[in-house]
Design a protein around this ligand. Structure first.
Ligand SMILES: Cc1ncc(COP(=O)(O)O)c(C=O)c1O
Length: 389
């Protein structure tokens, strides 16, 4: 039965919203500067990557070979190899974080997860879901973990193996926790390397820090056990997705032979998208490393220009060095809602992704409105102030 006129109209309306909003997302990390039209023909197939891409599957319509290329790319990016680590294409950053915490809990069943106040809200869901004890560590005003507070909590819970959930770019402020400081504090309190687990949440910045000139610590060579990144954030995918990588010594422990699919499995979900690995694969294969680096440099450069412009007009905007997130005081609700800006407590932010560097018109319009509102607030304040004799 064909769709009714009304239902067709609803789809048309949705299409219009998508076309209008497509490249305008400034408040949330979403890259839209991709062209995956040559992959559209695969939408007619029920491609399913159920199971482990590294094992033969009884379900032939899969993209395992492409997924392997994607996993290899992320292994290189995060300084590991397929001999040492294993990973898969997830539904997004949250699934990758849950996978990291799951592996950590299998390693340390009565461990304690430590994550900072600025950590993404999904992590609270994850620790509750996995029924793991946790401690929330204070963050400093720029969103980074307070290492003294971590050390105190580690001392208070000396009998529990620490599972550190480190942010490689917090959601609101783009802060990067210092893996060296974290490991120093763990050692100071008396934990040796076999007694703790570190998961890195690199949802947004996992596609940025590998391409900057002086990167902070973020990878396996800096001591992590697992890492999660979102595919739809700074890379770009029309379907949300992500990548999780973990040391094989952890993932091997959760691998089980499944008779129904005639293959071993160690992923969190059953059926998995076979399309999302294709999007990631196309991005990886159709852009040189130099152009990926340039794309990141352009985003960071524009983010810095935004900071400068807002500062010049009296708005106290700032950003972390390797972050495309520009933080500034929360504007009026009318303004942040109108432009879909993300807000938390007293702050708001703008995130610069690839499409904004390609066409910054909308960005400049939003900045002009922010500046105008700030100016009229300042004028009101001055008019309202008593004149001193
Ligand atoms: C730091 C951080 N971690 C995790 C997530 C969740 O990622 P996803 O939305 O891909 O599940 C986000 C999303 O904004 C994030 O910013």
């Amino acid at each position: 039965m064909p769709l009714s006129y009304d239902d067709t109209q609803r789809l048309r309306d949705l299409y219009k919203v998508c076309v209008e909003s497509q490249h305008q997302m400034l408040g949330y990390p979403v890259a839209t500067d991709y062209d995956y039209r040559d992959l559209w023909s695969f939408f007619q197939f029920s491609i399913n990557n159920v199971g482990d891409w590294a094992e033969p599957s009884n379900y032939p319509m899969n993209t395992f070979e492409f997924e392997q290329d994607v996993v290899e790319y992320f292994c290189r990016l995060y300084h590991t190899t397929l001999d040492e680590a294993w990973g898969y294409v997830t539904n997004g950053g949250t699934e990758g974080n849950m996978y990291g915490c799951y592996l950590a809990r299998e390693r340390f069943p009565s461990g304690m997860v430590y994550f900072s106040q600025e950590t993404h809200y999904s992590v609270m869901k994850i620790v509750r879901f996995l029924n793991i004890d946790y401690q929330v560590v204070a963050s400093n005003s720029r969103g980074e973990m307070d290492y003294d507070a971590l050390e105190c909590l580690l001392k208070e819970n000396i009998d529990k193996s620490p599972i550190i959930f480190a942010n490689i770019g917090t959601t609101m402020l783009g802060a990067i926790d210092d893996l060296q400081q974290i490991q120093r504090r763990l050692e100071k309190v008396g934990f040796d390397r076999e007694q703790y687990y570190i998961h890195a949440d690199a949802a947004c910045h996992g596609m940025i820090v590998p391409y900057v000139d002086n990167p902070p610590m973020f990878s396996f060579k800096h001591g992590i056990d697992s890492i999660s990144v979102s595919g739809h954030k700074m890379l770009g995918s029309p379907i949300p997705c992500g990548m999780v990588l973990a040391l094989k010594k952890h993932t091997d422990k959760v691998s089980h032979q499944i008779e129904y699919i005639a293959a071993p499995d160690k992923t969190l979900s059953g059926s998995r998208s076979g399309l999302t690995p294709l999007f990631l694969w196309k991005f990886i294969r159709s852009t040189s490393e130099q152009s990926k680096k340039q794309r990141v440099a352009d985003c960071l450069q524009l983010a810095q220009e935004v900071v400068i412009k807002l500062n010049q007009h009296g708005i106290s905007a700032w950003r972390h060095n390797n972050s495309p997130i520009v933080v500034f005081p929360k504007p009026s609700e009318q303004l942040w809602r109108k432009h879909h800006l993300a807000v938390a407590k007293n702050t708001a932010h703008i995130i610069i992704a690839g499409q904004t560097t390609a066409n910054p018109n909308r960005l400049h319009q939003v900045l002009d409105e922010l500046i105008k509102e700030h100016r009229s607030l300042m004028t009101e304040k001055c008019v309202g102030e008593p004149v001193m004799a």
